[in-house]
Design a binder for this molecule. Structure first.
Ligand code: ZN
Length: 377
């Protein structure tokens, strides 16, 4: 006896599958025989994937600059796990942890190497804020919650410190078991060649398709050699769209050269959710569907790849034994106008519309899901 069987769900490769859930885990996938307390036949009309993971968000409600509510950017938009990327450092991360225990969305954190987190925009302008003992103690207190480190390495954040905060971040990473390090890139200094040169396996470059002069492409539109070498060493590319860090031109040129993102993330917080250009993870994913990525590629970027990049055990794949985290969605063919972070627009024709998030077997409908005729419970 299962708790839930979802029948005839359409997977990202177009095939149909049943998914059975027992307690809070996926119990069977494929053609499932047996009964359940609750059955749900999607008749191939609704798409389903492992639960979407947004690798870069901001949802510490008390952050003075980038705040939001986890469930608004989570289950309300089909996202089952969000990873806050450095809103908090060692000084606030316990408060953040406590504040998000009641959320329906799974909330995890990348710890800002500055103990102040993003309390100001220039958290790495003062090297004394990088406190190795405080980082280590926070990791020891919250080993399940903190999944890695975050370092924002652009001129407005590091000011005159240049590459030094990143050198410290690499040392902290090594002192703490080599956990994932997400590095935000933006305006120089430091130059991206200098940043990329320090990165290796386990490191993640976020804002990878930003349109600033210090971007991954050379003026001739080729991938910088330093980034190419970093990718060969196992460095991963994360989108981190945000308010100022995503350019259609850069993304299109990169994708045309086969430089795909490992993870698609939103860098969402209340302002760019409400006023654009981010809106939601689904909206960011839809942009990639319209600039040359396939549906399976886009879905992998928010499921298996996201789980791999942040080493989230038991998530990101539709397999027995995994957490029963699922996203149900619609793929609509309708004209849609998209805008990047530089104000450039793109006329698209395909749009992902999240209908429901299942977290540990518990179902949460989105607003569109509540009004959808395809759900007959
Ligand atoms: Zn961010």
């Amino acid at each position: 006896m299962f708790d839930l069987i979802i029948r005839r769900a359409r997977l990202s490769d177009g095939s149909l599958s049943d998914i059975a859930v027992r307690e809070d885990k996926i119990a069977a996938v494929g053609s499932v025989a047996g009964d359940a307390r609750r059955e749900w036949d999607l008749a191939g009309r609704v798409w389903l994937s492992a639960g979407w993971i947004d690798s870069h968000v901001h949802c510490y409600p008390k952050s003075p600059i980038y705040h939001d509510e986890a469930d608004r950017i989570g289950v309300a938009t089909g996202v089952t796990t969000v990873i806050d990327a450095g809103s908090t450092g060692a000084d606030q991360v316990d408060d953040f942890y406590q504040l998000t225990r009641g959320c329906d969305t799974r909330v995890l954190a990348l710890l800002n190497i500055a103990r102040s987190g993003i309390e100001t925009q220039n958290e790495l302008a003062d090297m004394s804020r990088i406190d190795g003992a405080a980082v280590q103690a926070a990791l020891r207190r919250l080993p399940q919650f903190i999944v890695g480190l975050k370092a924002r390495i652009s001129s407005s954040v590091v000011e005159s410190n240049g590459i030094r905060p990143l050198e410290r971040a690499k040392t902290l990473q090594q002192e703490n078991g080599g956990l994932p390090l997400m590095v935000h890139i933006g305006n120089a200094p430091p130059d991206l060649d200098q940043i990329a040169g320090l990165l290796g396996r386990g490191d993640i470059i976020t804002h990878c398709y930003n349109g600033k002069p210090n971007r991954i492409l050379t003026p001739a539109g080729e991938l910088r050699a330093s980034v190419q070498q970093a990718l060969a060493r196992g460095v991963r590319l994360d989108v981190g769209h945000g308010s100022a860090s995503f350019s259609f031109a850069v993304a299109q040129a990169a994708i045309a050269r086969g430089i795909l993102p490992h993870t698609i993330s939103s860098d969402i917080y209340c302002r760019n959710r409400l006023h654009g250009p981010v809106r939601s993870l689904a909206h960011v994913m839809s942009k990639f569907l319209n600039i040359g990525m396939t549906l399976p590629q886009v879905i992998d970027c928010v499921t298996a790849h996201a789980a791999d990049g942040l080493r989230l055990q038991g998530r990101g794949r539709l397999q027995p034994g995994m957490d029963a985290d699922l996203t149900l969605f619609d793929l609509r063919s309708e004209p849609c106008l998209f805008t990047d972070a530089d104000g450039e627009t793109l006329n698209g024709e395909r749009q992902l519309v999240p209908l429901a998030a299942v977290v540990g077997g518990q179902i949460f409908f989105t607003e569109q899901g509540e009004h959808s005729d395809d759900f007959c419970l």
